[in-house]
Write a protein that binds this ligand. Structure first.
Ligand code: SF4
Length: 95
């Protein structure tokens, strides 16, 4: 199964460990009528969650929630917008 993040950025070494590569990529881009919960459960067990979230924050910058899409690093667009507003999320936890 293709990683839903593939093609969106230059491949990183950690991408090979992304659990979403083993699941339905559509689950990571739920429509307004779908839940992101299944994707978030996958992210919760993903060993590269911190790297993924850091990349999402870098790519999305400080745009608002409406311009963010998908579940990245276990977070929704709204959660990432909140992190950006607080100046958080660009550095993986523990670094
Ligand atoms: S944290 Fe989620 S979206 Fe990111 S690489 Fe892991 S499974 Fe994929």
């Amino acid at each position: 199964m293709m990683n839903p993040l593939s093609g969106l950025f230059e491949a990183s070494e950690w991408e090979v460990d992304a659990l979403c590569a083993q699941t339905d990529p559509d689950a990571f881009f739920p429509t307004s009528h779908q839940s992101g919960a299944p994707a978030r459960r996958v992210c919760a067990a993903c060993p590269v969650r911190a790297e993924c979230l850091a990349l999402a924050m870098e790519l999305e910058g400080t745009v608002n929630q409406d311009l963010r899409h998908g579940i990245w690093g276990g977070t929704t667009p709204g959660e990432r917008a909140a992190l950006a507003a607080r100046g958080l999320g660009r550095t993986p936890p523990g670094e």
